[in-house]
Design a protein around this ligand. Structure first.
Ligand code: NAP
Length: 527
């Protein structure tokens, strides 16, 4: 496929008239010659959003099987992009082939998973409370289901150029919910974005859907993203990236005449708690596994283990020494963008210069590459200056030495909301684990035992969320089938005649949905 750098607005390709920019080769920092990308203007934002709004009622009324087939077709078309997609993503992101092939499979599987969610109809959550004319006061017939919120703006993430970008989890869940999507491409991988965008555009056309169901806009700066978050037709935002970027969009969305939700996944240091029994039984293995997890993808995972908490003692010291050995042998890695590399270097410099921080190890250095870093602080100093525990996105981690279990609890009480918290425990740690769990549950979206948080399974039971600042809304997840809930809202029909109700709520249950009837599964309904 020939890349053109054009905007994809509702079925059309259009040369943007805003600032020009080129993709950068992540490994060399040099511009990739072809194509030149053209930023959108506010008139393009208006057009994409207005056409998304026009498409909404037709798209959401589509038969579930047709919407599911459309999602399946998006998956097939992304796979059919073949090596061109992988090679472009490798150049733009610096991520290796195997990682990107895995990410493509995850992207396609995610779309297919949401196709099954649509087919099952379970997300509609249909409920019927029949009329109770004999009751005093009498009750009329009440029926509940959920519909799409309306057009959704999606911001592609730099660190997942496929699975969290143009056709990633936010887009797949919004489309499954019946919401048209306008994507703001991440400028770190515009060519990858165009390839995937064109595949979705073709799927929209092949399914005969209104073209406004999908648009892709480019921008060299923040204007397009800001305008999208403020556009009256946009009803929700999905975002993955920095805390500053997420907060800026949240502010804009909240200041609208009609505020809308922003589901932003922002920052998390994913504390791991190393309990004494686990350290005694397998400290060396834990140190090795920890270093592998922290270095994976050059540390550019939102679930990177950034804070390792343990109780002071010889076993914690031995763990620190083993981990330092692993970190000092680590090769320097390519980061996603020069900006992300600069942020990493600044973050590490701030920590290494801090008088209360000990640098345990630095990895190998190479020009234009990120150097791994392992640091150590005492819990007392972290409690006095919580900025020492803030996310430094990249291959680094901070070991935190707690004087005793009380201090460990104090740190867990003080840390911000997290995507994940992990407990490394042996049977002998059982009592301490039990006492920590209620505290940990309040702080994290996912609680792990004896594993590492990198690697997020896409399935029914996954939560990739957590209290602020892990996400802007701790009631949500951006991975797994429950991600669709962000883009649905409940509607109740009171006393509507059967022939006016949506099929999902009609007496005869023509869609054969699993529904609740009079407070119980409908299958238990007495005739
Ligand atoms: P980012 O700077 O937050 O950018 C993400 C997207 O939001 C980009 O399309 C960006 O456009 C846009 N954006 C950012 N600020 C905006 C604003 N004020 N108004 C409108 N749009 C805005 O994230 P990034 O480029 O991926 O990485 C930068 C840093 O984010 C990293 O160093 C890391 O700290 C963090 N990060 C965290 C995660 C995570 O999973 N938690 C993932 C990736 C990155 P522009 O690019 O044009 O600014």
């Amino acid at each position: 496929m020939q890349l053109t750098g054009e905007l994809l607005i509702a079925g059309r390709a259009k040369r943007g008239e805003g600032a020009l920019f080129q993709a950068l080769d992540a490994a060399t920092g040099e511009p990739i010659a072809q194509p030149v990308f053209h930023s959108a203007l506010s008139t393009d934002v208006d057009k994409a959003c207005e056409l998304a709004d026009e498409a909404f009622d037709i798209y959401r009324a589509l038969h579930a099987e047709k919407r599911a087939q459309f999602l399946d077709d998006c998956a097939a078309r992304i796979e059919a992009l073949g090596d061109q997609l992988i090679e472009r993503a490798m150049a733009e992101s610096g991520l290796p082939r195997a990682r990107l092939e895995g990410e493509r499979a995850r992207t396609a599987n995610q779309l297919r998973m949401f196709a099954e969610v649509v087919r099952s109809g379970d997300a509609l959550d249909a409920r019927i409370e029949p009329a109770l004319p004999e009751r005093q006061p009498p009750r009329t017939d009440l029926r509940f289901w959920r519909i799409g919120v309306g057009p959704v703006a999606v911001f592609g993430a730099s660190n997942f150029p496929l699975a969290f970008s143009v056709a990633g989890g936010d887009t797949a869940s919004a489309l499954a919910a019946g919401c048209p999507v306008v994507v703001k491409a991440h400028p770190a991988h515009p060519g990858t974005s165009e390839l995937v965008g064109r595949a979705i555009q073709d799927a929209v056309a092949a399914a005969g859907l209104p073209a406004g169901v999908f648009s892709l806009l480019f921008d060299a700066g923040h204007e397009v993203g800001s305008a999208l978050a403020q556009h009256p037709a946009i009803r929700a935002v999905g975002f993955t990236g920095s805390r500053a970027g997420g907060l800026a969009l949240i502010k804009l969305a909240a200041a609208r005449a009609e505020p809308i939700p922003v589901y932003a996944e922002m920052s998390s240091v994913n504390p791991n708690v190393l309990l004494p029994g686990a350290l005694a039984a397998r400290g060396e293995t834990l140190a090795r596994e920890f270093a592998t997890s922290a270095m994976l993808g050059c540390g550019q995972f939102c679930t990177n283990p950034g804070l390792m908490l343990g109780l002071a003692g010889t076993e914690f010291d031995a763990f620190a020494a083993d981990a330092a050995r692993e970190f000092s042998g680590a090769s320097a890695g390519v980061m996603l963008t020069p900006g992300i590399q600069r942020n990493y270097e600044r973050g590490i410099e701030r920590l290494t210069r801090h008088p209360r921080v000990t640098t345990l190890a630095r990895g190998n250095a190479a020009p234009g590459r990120a150097r791994a870093a392992l640091l150590r602080v005492s819990a007392k100093d972290l409690l006095a200056d919580p900025t020492l525990g803030e996310e430094v996105f990249g291959p680094s981690s901070v070991l935190v030495e707690c004087a005793d279990a009380l201090e460990l609890r104090a740190v867990l009480r003080k840390i911000e909301g997290q995507l994940t918290i992990t407990l490394h425990a042996a049977p002998a740690d059982g009592e301490l684990v039990r006492s920590l769990l209620p505290l940990i549950e309040r702080k994290a979206g996912r609680v792990l035992a004896n594993g590492f948080p990198t690697g997020v399974e896409v399935c029914d039971a996954m939560v990739h969320g957590g209290p602020f600042p892990a996400t802007s809304d701790g009631r949500s997840t951006s991975v797994g089938t429950a991600a669709i809930e962000r883009f649905l809202r409940p509607v109740c029909y009171q006393n509507l005649a059967d022939n006016l109700l949506p099929d999902a709520l009609r007496d005869a249950n023509p869609l054969d949905l699993r529904r609740r009837y009079a407070g119980k599964p409908e299958t238990q309904r007495t005739p």
